[in-house]
Each structure stands twice: as structure tokens, then as C-alpha cells.
Design a protein around this ligand. Sequence first.
Ligand code: DHB
Ligand code: FE
Length: 279
Amino acid sequence: MAKVVGMLNVSHIPAIGGAIANKKHSEPYWKPFFDAFEPVHAWLDEVKPTTAVIFYNDHGLNFFLDKMPTFAIGAAPKYTSEDEGWGIPVFSEYQGHEELSWRLIDALHEKEFDMVVCQEMVVDHAVTIPIELFWPNRQSPVKIVPVNINTVLFPAPEPARCEKLGLTIGESIENWDSDERVLIIGTGGLSHQLEGLRAGFMNKKFDHDCMDNLINNNKWFRQYTSKEIVGLAGTQGLEIINWVAARGACPEHMEEKYRFYHIPISNTAAAIQILEPSK
Ligand code: DHB
Ligand code: FE
């Protein structure tokens, strides 16, 4: 049977793409951030995932404000990125896992998630930056299934619904007659707000509360609406619901293997969290 080998969640910030392209890894501003990926690389070498399901939010590259699906899933043989206007490089394409995509689409449909199914899909910095950080030389390429959650335009889905989306995906992976070792990735967050009167807003206490509860108390998020999370974490801090969906896709009992938290990268409280199924 297929196995969920763990959850690896990370912030996604376009400026990281510029730092990678311009080899700024050793500069004082960037060094603590890039150094924080050494334990991540060691962990990936140990758990050896073959496939990744990536919960993320598109920022206007594949979907724009005029047509914004609540939930969408890729079912494409490959995914490319394009220039988003941040001045960062366009990374080369990623292989899709079509069989897993269709399996998840069927499982989600059965549980009344009517997904927008994308047989062609471009992925933005919310997918590309995490992959480039986790596998800087693409040394062990995983096939991917991107799962897009609307965090940019109200009505955004509620955290409880995202948890259920993840649960449905996790159950389908665990029942899959396959040798695949599946890594669950959630991207975005933690607290940040890019615009308006609260531009630059962050909330360290709330961010750590989120990471504490993600370990084994994902239902904690059910107490909040998405609007309340915007109040607590900033407009783009709502991206934490991608992490909630990712945690939903993992086994019930998990252990925290690694946590990193750093303020700021660009306008964001940047974080990494690794959870592994309890032995
Ligand atoms: C930044 C953060 C994001 O999550 C994003 O999607 C774009 C920019 C930032 O902090 O610059
Ligand atoms: Fe974002």
C-alpha cells in the first residue's frame, strides 16, 4: 500500500526565488533562512518520497480574480511555471502523477468535493519555491499533484472544510495499492499582510499556536472562520489553511521532527515544519 511518509510545510515567498537565482545563500540576510534547510534535506534523504501532494494557493497565474475556484486539482502530465512579474526565474517543468490525481479526484467526488479539474495547469511561486528549496539540484525528482485552495478572495473556504479535504485525500492515499512514498506539502503563511493599513503585520504568538496545534490537534482550527484568521494572521496569513489541509491528509498521530521560524523574509514570518507519523 502507498504510505504517507510525512508532512513538510513551508512559507512561499517570491523573493526567495531571486535569492536562489542570484546565489545569495551566504549573505547575512539570507544565510539563516537557507541554512535552515539543511535538516530538511537530511530528512528527505532519509524518508525518500517518490510523490508529493502539494496544498497551495495560486496568486493570479493560473486563476485570476474574475474566476476563482474554491478548490482545484491538477491532473496534468507536467506542470510549468511562468513569469509572475516578481522578476524571479521561471523554473523548469515538474512531472505530474496523473494516476494519483485521478484517484484523488474520484475520492473527493465521492465525499462531495466537486473539484475544478485542471488537465493543463501552470504553477506559481507557491509550488516552485518550495520544490526548489527542498530539492535544490532536483537530485531526487518527485512526481507532484497540486491541490489549489482559494486563500485570496472571499468567500474563502473555512478551515474545517480544508481539514476535511485533506482527510479525504489522506484516506485515498492510504488505501492506494501502490509502492509510492507520498510526501504531503503545505505552502504559504505564516502571518503576513502585504497591503493596506496593516501592511507588514505579523503575529508570532498565533503562528506558534498554529504549529503547536498542527502536530496533533488540527481540529483546533475549526474554532475559527477564515475571516477570523485574516484578523489574527493578516490577509495573506490565511494561507495557513493550506497547512491545515495538508495536516488533514496525514495519519492521526504525528510527531514534530523539525520547526523553524524566522521574522522576516520579505514581509512574511517564514516557517518550516516537518511532521512524521508516530512509530
Ligand atoms: C510575499 C509573501 C507571499 O505569501 C506571497 O505570495 C507573495 C509575497 C512577501 O512576503 O513578499
Ligand atoms: Fe502567498
